[in-house]
Ligand binder design. Sequence first.
Ligand SMILES: Cc1cc2c(cc1C)N(C[C@H](O)[C@H](O)[C@H](O)COP(=O)(O)O)c1[nH]c(=O)[nH]c(=O)c1N2
Length: 230
Amino acid sequence: MRPDPVAEPQGPVAASPFSTEERDAVYKAIETRRDVRDQFLPDPLPDDLVGRLLGAAHAAPSVGFMQPWNFLLIRDRDVLQGAWEAFARANEEAAALFADERQALYRSLKLEGIRKAPLSICVTCDPDRAGPVVLGRTHNPRMDVYSTVCAVQNLWLAARAEGVGVGWVSIFHDRDVRALLGIPERVEIVAWLCLGYVSELYDQPELAAKGWRQRLPLEDLVFRDRWGNR
Ligand SMILES: Cc1cc2c(cc1C)N(C[C@H](O)[C@H](O)[C@H](O)COP(=O)(O)O)c1[nH]c(=O)[nH]c(=O)c1N2
């Protein structure tokens, strides 16, 4: 018995199934999503809200419908302290990679909200989730990690729509996070996300506002048919 296809309008230019307001809300979430570091409020996130965010993540596309993700919800203050210490060690190493005023600017940046946010979610990718040969991953094994990142972005946009801030922290040695959370060696650590309500949101990327790097002109990133063809 074939499942009924989704009843979408047919025709040369299928009209959007969304109202203008609904469509604009999608773009509003995309355009106002921010990486949050220091603006987290301590208020806990309700379980049903967290459930909706995880549902959005789980609705992400995945290669061969592999769904390679796991979500480790972390609220334990000692574990969060351990994660922050792991970040602090790695961040010191990172700062040393920049010179002079660039290093000074780097050191002035707040690059995590681990201890401020009431919830962290470590998102992992299990490469063995769907067996040794996965449709779509046969010629590029990284497709499972790329799929997991789609889940992260779904969660990030759903959080924006719910008025919840998200911050991605990647300045860690994997081994530290693995030891802290008991993650098996074969499982890839993809993202450490800090989540919480926020006191405010930047109206542009904080790194741009603080002079670290600006948004590139989109037109410089688009080629026609061949690399380099503008
Ligand atoms: C894979 C990955 C990893 C990280 C990030 C993002 C992504 C996609 N970002 C957030 C990043 O700096 C931010 O997305 C950009 O500066 C753009 O700002 P908005 O996200 O648009 O606010 C990030 N931010 C931060 O303060 N510490 C970090 O370790 C990281 N790591």
